[in-house]
Design a protein around this ligand. Structure first.
Ligand SMILES: C[S@@+](CC[C@H](N)C(=O)[O-])C[C@H]1O[C@@H](n2cnc3c(N)ncnc32)[C@H](O)[C@@H]1O
Length: 228
């Protein structure tokens, strides 16, 4: 089974809708002036976020402008257009940045979001403090992520290899072999299959949380969890 672009975009659209629902439950406005997407990767949420905001900055360790030889923004716009979404490139910006040391001044953003990135960040507490720092007082922070990588359930491939911590204790070859024994598609390349699987299917729903910037006094680790 190859990459399904429409399913991928629909998935990201659904995640932004879930975010809007959570923010509405928090009494937050559903539009924002200035949004930061931490660990936003290849911009799967940018088009949907840009429809709600004046400006969307995506900060990720990987700069997609480099990965796609300078063609990234054009390709992203075309991708969204193929599915009826008009992406205004004047509203979006992709920057290389480390979530644990964001290059932005305090309180710059009205809304800071992060989808499925925190489980990959070595010090998620530090990243949370940084996300809070750059959220303006009274602004909002929305973070959703799978179990962190070092948890027993932290593998993105538990559907194939269900043993807890298997992704940490097995070496790469043994893990790939276990994946293939469980039905992963060796013909397409195990890495490709794993990547697609991680990005499209194996989300642990119900891990989302929001935090009003006013709640800082409670401490950066205090995120209100809601099932959705
Ligand atoms: C599973 S991808 C999610 C991408 C996107 N948010 C999505 O849901 O499609 C995780 C992303 O986190 C980024 N990432 C990991 N560690 C990071 C860090 N310390 N700072 C910024 N981005 C990071 C990775 O480069 C990757 O793009």
């Amino acid at each position: 089974m190859g990459y399904d672009e429409m399913a991928d975009l629909d998935f990201h659209r659904g995640e932004v809708s879930a975010m809007q629902w959570a923010l509405s439950q928090a009494g937050a406005p559903l539009d924002a002036e200035n949004v930061l997407d931490v660990g936003g990767g290849g911009g799967g949420h940018s088009g949907f976020l840009a429809a709600l905001a004046r400006r969307v900055t995506t900060a990720d360790l990987v700069d997609p402008n480099v990965s796609y030889g300078g063609e990234f923004l054009r390709l992203l716009k075309e991708k969204y257009a193929r599915h009826g979404v008009e992406l205004d490139l004047a509203k979006v910006e992709f920057q290389r940045a480390n979530a644990m040391d964001l290059p932005y001044k305090d309180g710059l953003f009205d809304l800071v979001v992060s989808f499925n990135a925190f489980e990959h960040i070595p010090d998620p507490n530090k990243a949370l403090r940084e996300a809070l720092r750059v959220t303006r007082p009274g602004g909002h922070l929305y973070i959703t992520f799978d179990p962190i990588w070092t948890a027993d359930t932290g593998s993105h491939f538990a559907n194939f290899v269900p043993e807890p911590w298997a992704h940490l204790v097995m070496d790469a070859d043994s893990f790939a072999e276990a994946m293939m024994c469980a039905g992963a598609l060796a013909g397409q390349g195990i890495r490709h299959h794993c990547a697609r699987f991680a990005h499209a299917w194996h989300r642990c729903q119900g891990q989302g949380g929001y935090l009003r910037a006013d709640d800082r006094a409670e401490g950066a680790g205090q995120v209100h969890h809601h099932d959705f």
